[in-house]
Design a binder for this molecule. Structure first.
Ligand SMILES: Nc1nc2c(ncn2[C@@H]2O[C@H](COP(=O)(O)OP(=O)(O)OP(=O)(O)O)[C@@H](O)[C@H]2O)c(=O)[nH]1
Ligand SMILES: [Mg+2]
Length: 709
């Protein structure tokens, strides 16, 4: 492969909803770049993008695939992303390094929820978007309706660069509004036939062409002057002007294709070459120290790892975008996050399952390397210096389950596998919860976790199973209460004696001190599991020696770690030790620890103990017509709706919902909205559970513990 310079590189992410045709389009573009000699299809299971076993089985993309196509002097790097929302992490990783997104829309369905969700990510990441309306050959294709929806959802800056004249079965022609020609695309590929715009389309085409010229001129003063002088612009000038609009998200082109029949794809690639920004036309990358690196070759190399996969026979493959300088085979670099020294032993350009070895690549390019020792997705490699590129922000996991090996002897191995998996998928979490005594994994949805299970089983040959995850409840009190406990043991050997009297109160921020017992000393602790413990020493007249106070606190802490109601962590409690007794010989730390612990347990029981549960802020995007069903379902989950906004044809519902009620939410939401909704969730706070729920939780806990005894 020739060495492509920055200006000759285009980096695009192929995004869009489920089954819109991204993989088919990627295959067709790769074909035109000579990367494959025959176009594979998703049905025949022979595309270079969907090559993983699970993708073949499901005929669906599961992870993003990095590919390229050499076309007309350009190297177009493409990242084919999965459309399914559970794998959104792959799309976010791709958008991070792409200089533009091609959002593929299925002309049969118009704007789907995938497009809507992914649009929001492009907005957040300031990624230029080109809409590609695909499947125009389908009998149900409806371009006008699709365009109407695009404008409705994404605004007036959606501008057709083309429109089809015969969408549906037999589709082969579009009016190209940049060229002002009719383009005929023979089904199955082949040379594009260029004809004059037919008389019947002239007026409509003129009008749309002029709108494009004006949009192009608006972005560039020189073009504006020329436009005023001559009343028109050349195709190249238009493309240049429109590119500026594309870069600042002021123009969103619409291109028409039927990828499966190879219709319109080379014209799309022309537009990518002329109107999609080269890497150095986009704003530079920003580092944690606030520096911006413009995409230049004459600086020390700096690269960002955006994807890591384990490939059979190859090991760990790291994909990176070079943000500055150049990378040469056998070069030494440093990972500024892990401080690992890395040798770039080999460099590759990857096209799905195919790869080509290269010796060098320059700023702006996307390449892969193998055998990095201590580097992961999200980290920065540099030739020199210590700059760290700000890592991509991924969405919080929203689907959790407990997992264990079917054979408990494999549990340790499972832990190690999960740790490995976390490195390649940053939307996945998995860890042993000390509190719940379960291994909890969480991800973007049920399918995401099922896939994880499938991969772990495949890779390791150990069988694993999911089971219901416990909820990390908390315990607290709602009123004050006093208790005393005497620990006394005098049979045989050395005796033990300690007596503790305490007053406990429910803690809240800014509360006044109790005034029944004068406080002589206060310690406030922030508990590791959230909330506070305030420990007041109110002992007068030396009833308990100061040296026993730490032992009393220790006893209380032990009980707080395993709360009296359900064994959950206790929080937000003030303890006042106001009296006690010692024995001249038998008092020791152990005795006071036990006395403290038991006095606390007694006091807690009479202090209106309550169970707290984790509440999550949940944000749901749902098409307006399905909102009623979603609201009804939320009520059944003890959800409290906090607000609603409308965005395009979607409603955004904000609600607070207990974690205990979110079990399998992604599956339910998908079934009540036919897959048209999406949601995100984030921990918000702990709140008391209703009385009926509390008694149920306690009952269940007691039953479980009986079984264990
Ligand atoms: N009629 C018609 N069908 C198409 C076209 N492009 C793709 N398809 C079909 O649409 C289905 C989905 O195609 P894919 O290329 O897998 O779509 P995708 O967007 O990559 O799907 P995911 O990655 O799973 O979201 C397949 O059955 C394709 O054959 C097209 O231009 N016309
Ligand atoms: Mg696909």
């Amino acid at each position: 492969m020739k060495l492509y310079q920055t200006k000759e590189i285009r980096n695009i992410a192929l995004i869009g909803g489920n089954r819109t045709g991204k993989t088919t389009l990627a295959e067709t573009m790769a074909f035109h770049g000579g990367v494959v000699s025959r176009r594979g299809t998703v049905e025949d299971k022979n595309t270079i993008s969907d090559y993983r076993e699970i993708e073949l089985e499901r005929q669906q993309s599961i992870s993003s695939t990095v590919m390229y196509s050499e076309y007309s002097g350009c190297k177009i790097n493409m990242i084919d992303c999965p459309g399914f929302d559970d794998f959104i992490g792959e799309t976010i990783g791709a958008l991070r390094v792409a200089d533009a997104a091609l959002m593929v829309i299925n002309a049969q369905n118009g704007v789907d929820v995938g497009a809507e969700i992914q649009w929001r990510w492009t907005k957040k990441m300031h990624t230029p978007v080109v809409f590609v309306v695909n499947q125009l050959d389908h009998e149900k294709a409806n371009f006008d309706e699709t365009l109407r929806q695009l404008k409705n959802y994404f605004g007036g800056s959606v501008m057709p660069f083309q429109y089809p004249v015969n969408a549906g079965v037999g589709f082969d022609s579009v009016i190209d509004l940049l060229q002002m020609k009719l383009l005929k695309f023979p089904a199955g590929g082949g040379k594009v036939v260029v004809e004059e715009v037919p008389a019947g389309e002239k007026a409509k085409a003129e009008e749309m062409h002029n709108a494009l010229i004006e949009a192009a001129a608006e972005n560039d003063e020189k073009l504006m002057e020329k436009f005023f002088e001559e009343g028109t612009l050349t195709e190249a000038e238009m493309a240049q002007g429109l590119k500026l609009g594309i870069i600042n998200r002021g123009t969103f082109p619409v291109i028409c294709i039927a990828a499966k029949n190879d219709q319109g794809v080379t014209r799309l690639m022309d537009v990518i070459k002329s109107s999609v920004p080269a890497p150095d036309e986009m704003p530079g990358v920003v580092t944690e120290s606030g520096k911006t690196f413009d995409c230049k070759t004459n600086v020390p190399a700096i690269a960002y790892i955006f994807k890591t996969v384990i490939e059979q026979h190859l090991g760990e493959l790291s994909f990176m975008k070079i943000y500055g300088g150049e990378i040469v085979e056998a070069m030494d670099m440093v990972n500024t996050v892990s401080n690992s020294k890395e040798r770039i032993s080999q460099l590759f350009c990857i096209a799905g399952k195919n790869r080509e070895k290269i010796e060098k690549a320059v700023a702006g390019d996307i390449v892969a390397t193998i055998k990095l020792k201590g580097s992961q997705t999200g980290q920065t490699l540099v030739k020199s210096g210590d700059e760290v590129i700000i890592p991509t922000e991924y969405p919080e996991p929203k689907f959790r389950t407990a997992v264990r090996a079917k054979n408990s002897a494999d549990d340790e191995k499972l832990g190690a596998l999960l740790n490995e998996f976390k490195k390649t998928d940053l939307t996945f979490l998995g860890e042993q919860s000390k509190e719940l005594k379960q291994v909890i994994i969480s991800g973007q949805g049920e399918q995401h976790l099922n896939l994880t299970k499938w991969m772990i089983e495949k890779q390791s040959k150990i069988e694993i199973e999911f089971y219901p995850p416990k909820i990390p409840y908390r315990e607290t009190i709602t009123k004050s209460s006093e208790a005393m406990y005497r620990h006394k043991k005098q049979s045989g050997g050395a005796g033990q004696f300690g007596e503790v009297h305490m007053l406990i109160e429910a803690f809240y921020e800014g509360m006044p001190n109790q005034n029944k017992y004068p406080i002589r000393g206060t310690d406030t602790y922030d508990l590791a599991w959230g909330g506070k413990l305030v420990f007041n020493n109110c002992i007068v007249g030396g009833a308990i020696d100061a040296r026993f106070m730490p032992a009393i606190l220790k006893g209380i802490n032990e009980k707080m770690e395993e709360g009296p109601l359900t064994g959950s962590y206790a929080r937000d409690i003030v303890i006042n030790i106001y009296d006690g007794k010692m024995h001249p010989v038998d008092s020791n730390e152990m005795a006071f620890k036990l006395a403290g612990r038991n006095a606390f347990r007694e006091a807690f029981k009479n202090a209106g103990p309550k169970i707290l549960e984790p509440i999550y802020d949940v944000e749901i995007f749902v098409p307006s017509e399905r909102m009623g069903d979603v609201m009804t379902d939320l009520q059944g989950r003890r959800g409290v709706v906090m607000g609603m906004d409308s965005e395009g044809g979607f409603q955004k519902i904000r609600a607070k919902v207990p974690l205990a009620e979110m079990n399998k939410y992604s599956t339910t939401l998908s079934s009540i909205t036919s897959g048209r909704a999406s949601y995100g969730m984030k921990f918000s706070e702990y709140q008391q559970v209703p009385a009926d729920v509390q008694s149920e939780i306690i009952k269940k806990y007691e039953e479980e513990n009986k079984e264990e005894d």
